[in-house]
Design a protein around this ligand. Sequence first.
Ligand code: FMN
Length: 200
Amino acid sequence: MNLLHVDASVLGDHSVSRKVSAAIVARLQAANPSLSVTRRDLAADPIPHLSGLHLAAAQGVETPVHIQAEQAAAQAALAEFLAADVVVIGAPMYNFNIPSQLKAWIDRILIAGKTFRYTAAGPEGLAAGKRVIVAVSRGNFYAGANAGAEHVESYLRVVFGFIGVTDLTFIAADGVQVGPEHRERALAGALQAASELRAA
Ligand SMILES: Cc1cc2nc3c(=O)[nH]c(=O)nc-3n(C[C@H](O)[C@H](O)[C@H](O)COP(=O)(O)O)c2cc1C
């Protein structure tokens, strides 16, 4: 069984989402020692933003040499995702949405003919069967009147639903910028939820 571990926080050891995503991976590894883990750190090794030349090349236009690196990065990211049975993602909220590094990765995995296709009946997801677990960390709280400003979890639900993922879990650490006690409580709660994840 293959697990893909994706992180996007730029805050390194100070990151909440990295701590929680690591705890999720540790929980699943402890339950299944033969799990093969692939690491994708989008802050340390950013994937290039999608270019028009890349899309043109995908349509059969001759590829200039200078986009071969972009093509290789795109192919590697897609291959890792397709090979994964379980995907664990650390997803911080930056300016109400996911970090642009994570969006650049999503632009490489939502690929027509690979993870979705359009049919006469509408779009069809091709990534059903994967388990996706997302560790979200947010500075503020997004319940009630503030819910409309939340574009991390709501967006990722649309993304993974579109490609057919139904086994989708979110573990959230909220209010981590409200104060140190909130941060500690949010982190402890998220780590506890990670430790209670079902084994498989
Ligand atoms: C550049 C930046 C933008 C942020 N924007 C928001 C925001 O719009 N809303 C919010 O609630 N928190 C925001 N925060 C706070 C983060 O969501 C919070 O610190 C979270 O823990 C970040 O995840 P990380 O620790 O894994 O990087 C922002 C933090 C940074 C560094």
